[in-house]
Design a protein around this ligand. Sequence first.
Ligand code: PGA
Length: 262
Amino acid sequence: MPTPFLAGNWKMNKTIDEALAFVEAVKGPLEAIDAVDYGICAPFTALAPLHDAVAGTRIKLGAQNMYWEESGAFTGEISPLMLKGLCENVVIGHSERRQYFGETDETVNRKIKAALEHGLQPIVCVGENLEQNEAEQTEEVVSTQVRGAFADLREDQVRDIVIAYEPIWAIGTGKAATPEQANDVIGNVVRATVADMFGTDVAEQMVIQYGGSIKPANVEELMSQPEINGGLVGGASLDPESFVTLVQVTYEVKIQNAGMGG
Ligand code: PGA
């Protein structure tokens, strides 16, 4: 089983002070948790102070976006070189970036390649919107996104990637996919597409998260699904207590109840 990974996606939230207060609050309660990975994808401005604040903890740090060039005349952009050493992960192709900032499967592909080249672990987001879901195009849309994102990648590169399946209709709406729906798409579409491209071995050990309205009230049933290897959490990752609960429940469901640790 891949090591489960619960990541908070703070989006455009938290000042530096608020980010540091969060880490202070979750550090202690999370100390005892091993065998699952957990982390925060924070705004760029908070990454450097957070880098120091999480030293000595198991909290992984991630960025929420980056450009693919190393440097140059790209006003307002952040390069993989700038992130290297500050954080381990970078979210790539979040649906909000695709929707508001014109990202496409092609730009996602370029960003993934640049991230891997610089030792950053991408969390690649895929997912269908409501219209596509209702028209039963989920399989086609999501498999096309995975194929586009991973175009021209080598098998050894894909091994380092995390995918987050986030149905757009479930993001920030309070209405999560049912655990069965999420499990079905992750297993039969996302993992199956990776298997088709790179083999079942790579697909089986890939961390595939679910994202979209995960909260303390539904995290247990979502994490109980075998194909779901963790979560990418927006709103419910902003509050320290809620974040700790999400990580703890993931640990209980995936490790303790599965008799794999304790
Ligand atoms: P949400 O966001 O948990 O607030 O629905 C998830 C995401 O966009 O990553």
